[in-house]
Design a protein around this ligand. Structure first.
Ligand code: FES
Length: 106
């Protein structure tokens, strides 16, 4: 699979507004976030100690890790609070004809 390919990962209905869902692309965990109808994607693995961000709590554009409650901006992957200091990788998202497509960042 080309790293530049758009991959259909879910239907829009699979990710309710205000929630996060995990999908996998080639065995790599990706978290999808529905923020007021707009979908964002990042790697699912927290950069602190590898918890799944998709199991966390989404509030606005902020995902809170379920393990130590570090937070990231789902738009950029930027860490927002301790203990997270390293950004989580964001990915491009395209919503088309009721499906969510993701293009992995390098
Ligand atoms: S594993 Fe995510 S904050 Fe520690």
């Amino acid at each position: 699979m080309s790293a530049d390919a758009w991959v259909v990962v879910a239907n829009v209905d699979d990710v309710p507004e205000g929630e996060a869902r995990r999908v996998e692309i080639g065995g790599r965990g990706i978290a999808l976030y529905n923020v007021a109808g707009e979908v964002f994607a990042t790697d699912d693995t927290c950069t602190h100690m590898r918890a799944r961000l998709s199991d966390g709590y989404l509030e606005g554009h902020v995902i809170e890790c379920p393990l130590h409650f570090g937070r990231f901006d789902v738009r950029t992957g930027a860490p927002l609070s301790a203990p997270c200091t390293v950004a989580v990788r964001p990915h491009q998202v395209l919503v088309e004809a009721g499906t969510i497509k993701v293009r992995l960042a390098h």
